[in-house]
Ligand binder design. Sequence first.
Ligand code: NAD
Length: 491
Amino acid sequence: MEVLKNYINGSWVGSKEHGVINVVNPANQEVLAKVPYGAKTSGDAERAVAAASEALKEWRDTPVMKRVQPLYKLKQLLEENIDEIARLITLECGKSFAESKAEIQRGIENVETACATPTLMQSEFSENVATGVDEFMIRQPIGVCACISPFNFPGMIPFWFLPYAIACGNSFVLKPSEKVPLTMMKVFELIDRLDLPKGLVNLVHGGKESVDALLAHQDVKAISFVGSTPIARYIYQQGAANGKRVQAQGGAKNPVIIMPDADIEMTARIIADSVYGCAGQRCLAASNIITVADHNGAIKEALVEAAKSKTTGFGLDEGVEMGPVITPESKKRIEGLIARGVAEGANILLDGRNAEISGYEAGNFIKPTILENVALDGEVIKTEIFGPVMSLLQMDSIDQAIDFVNSNNFGNMACLFTSSGLNARTFRNRANAGNIGINIGVAAPMAQFPFSGWNDSFFGDLHGQGRHAVEFFTQTKIVIERWPKEWSRKF
Ligand code: NAD
């Protein structure tokens, strides 16, 4: 089986690294490809940065209207190839085909938004800040930008950064997750067809060694990272210590409050989609579900029914709503956390462990699981499970529920289900999270808004997507100008 190549300086080139790991279909353990992994991938990353540094020289002065033209073509190519890319996402990542397609659609929306960079990069001008003196601001590119992406959205997350970075006049090096490199291999085949200078956009494989080489390289000026919180914290610390601009999006543990005035049917359906979509492997997956004053247990009952109705299986099969989790280790870790919850005193309302899917017996499947009355000071309530597990809690008032939400170390998302505008207003004002959903289960910001994680879910200042991305990928220069009359030639 051929080892995946890097895309450096406009060509597909073999890695100098001879070590490889398998890229595996999580539904059946079929080996899909081999990807370079080991110490020498750092040399690949350095070659990619060298190509990106060279490409930058002309690109930074290419007019922004010209820089966005290839993005219009990229949108068209992504749309034409959406089924093939989605199929690859399902094969290597596990999610259902519909989820994979929706993911690419979110990526395309970022390409569209980045086409507005000529307007988004416009700046400010003040005439006569003193007599005869004008002051203005220019946004200039920052240089070579690197992106390190996680396994769970291989077709979307690089687009939170890539189109904005190049539209702003930078060059780019992407290091996709070693677990799911095939999706971006396909996307880069499309990028190869664009009219872009060689070396402007590069792709290198590998794990920690490639990342560390990017973090250490003096020509890399900005790092965009998405992944787990411990690695996000490490990237932020290392990047900052090396003088780079860093945006590092981390993990999550998302709480959802259900008020007794919420519509039971709709709420249960939306929350089940949030908890179990992508098998819970979403940084915006609902995890801790707090029912307020559900005295007759009607909401609990509706949630159990909605969870039971989910069809688990191989994502390319008709009717499948939930695929496997990414690796056997991940399955073991999630099942271990379910057991831990039970040991901590939780009652298991729905047990998805030991799931068997006919024809896919080797797959990493866990079916929808619900734990009730999880210990508030236990491990399960605080840990990002990243699997199809709902922890159900009961509280007496919205104040108690909001205090619980705000005790969370993470801050990626918090949601409220209610028919009261006052409850909604109180919640959005007080909840300690960067993305808020009111009667929404997955509060994923559209491309024109920043993906606004807080606390341990984000390290940095400017988030991915939209105007924040344009600010991240440009540096401001202030010019103060005077043209004295006595120095001017008279005509
Ligand atoms: P991960 O942190 O294991 O890996 C992310 C990237 O970091 C990969 O490219 C990997 O190769 C690299 N990496 C791993 N270990 C490293 C190390 N020691 N040093 C340097 N680089 C290293 O994350 P994952 O398992 O791929 O993704 C799941 C995590 O990502 C979850 O925690 C999820 O919540 C989070 N996530 C967050 C967001 C967000 O917007 N906040 C979005 C998607 C996923």
